[in-house]
Design a protein around this ligand. Structure first.
Ligand code: FMN
Length: 286
């Protein structure tokens, strides 16, 4: 799967890869109304990844359905719509609007963005709020419901269990880790927002540890991600128990990264004589 916010609404990548080869496309986070996001500079490279404070810029759910979805519908690939809101009601409203819309195969509820003042992470750091958002969305949609968790908590399993209790069909993790960088000449933060979300290879060991913890705590499937650049990285998550993986930042370096991961997993299964990927999932030996 592509990770939300790193693959737009699919259009930019279509010239480079066959979108039909992907397991699913998770589109950029969508809210009820369009949002401009944060002012620049809002992206910077770090030694092993990137810091971003895009701030959930998006076209809004109505424009998404009218102008972005028709393109995605021309492909034979699952489309997961990543959604967020500033209130429980807004989350539910966006989910309700998407329910039953042709070409939408699931929703991924982002309760984990560190880059907005209201919404996002406010919900994902508190089990009660996580349960409330999840059950409000569950009540208005029959679509598969994925809840995306933040790593910016002390014990991610408590949030994972709350999302499961609220009615999530699956969990995805992790979103970005809150970070910052300073320009030592100007003594100013490098991002206008001061802090941003760290993604890429730097966060992979943390993501892997959290996926492993959550897999053992819940019964719903877990989708793993965070710094996956290659098939070998993805295989680590699968062996730790993830049932699927998301590729994000890698796509900024190589638009074919997600396709490369798929091909590499296939080659690994053949090489090791594993006929069914389910034989590999959760096979970690400790
Ligand atoms: C520029 C950028 C924008 C993002 N926007 C979203 C978003 O709208 N919704 C969301 O749930 N996650 C968003 N994310 C988080 C990614 O989906 C992913 O969880 C995170 O980057 C970790 O994976 P990676 O290291 O493979 O990129 C964004 C990440 C980046 C780098």
């Amino acid at each position: 799967m592509t990770a939300s916010g790193t693959f737009g609404y699919g259009e930019e990548f279509a010239p480079y890869i066959d979108l039909n080869r992907l397991g699913a496309i998770v589109v950029k986070g969508i809210s009820r109304r369009p949002r401009r996001g944060n002012p620049p500079p809002r992206i910077m490279e770090t030694p092993a990844g990137m810091l971003n404070a895009v701030g959930l810029e998006n076209v809004g759910v109505d424009v998404f359905i009218e102008q972005k979805l028709p393109f995605l519908r021309t492909f034979d690939v699952a489309v997961i719509v990543n959604i967020f809101g500033e209130s429980v009601e807004e989350y539910a409203e966006v989910a309700r609007i998407l329910d039953g819309v042709d070409g939408v195969h699931g929703v991924e509820v982002n309760i984990s963005c560190p880059n907005v003042v209201r919404g996002g992470i406010d919900f994902g750091i508190d089990p009660e709020a996580t349960r409330a958002v999840t059950s409000a969305v569950r009540a208005v949609t029959t679509l598969p419901l994925i809840v995306k968790l933040t790593p910016n908590v002390t014990d991610i399993t408590k949030i994972a269990l709350a999302a499961q209790e609220g009615g999530a069909d699956a969990l995805s993790l992790i979103n970005t880790l809150k970070g910052m960088a300073v320009d030592i000449e100007t003594r100013k933060p490098r991002l206008r927002n001061i802090t941003g979300g760290l993604s890429g290879p730097a966060i992979r060991p943390i993501a892997l540890r959290m996926v492993w913890e959550v897999v053992r705590a819940v019964t719903v499937p877990v989708i793993g991600g965070g710094g996956i650049m290659t098939a070998a990285d993805a295989l680590e998550f699968l062996i730790a128990g993830a049932r699927a993986v998301q590729v994000g930042t890698a796509g900024f370096i190589d638009p074919r990264a997600a396709i490369g991961v798929i091909g590499g997993i296939e080659a690994y299964l053949v090489k090791h004589g594993i006929p069914d990927i389910n034989d590999l999932i959760g096979s970690l030996e400790v």
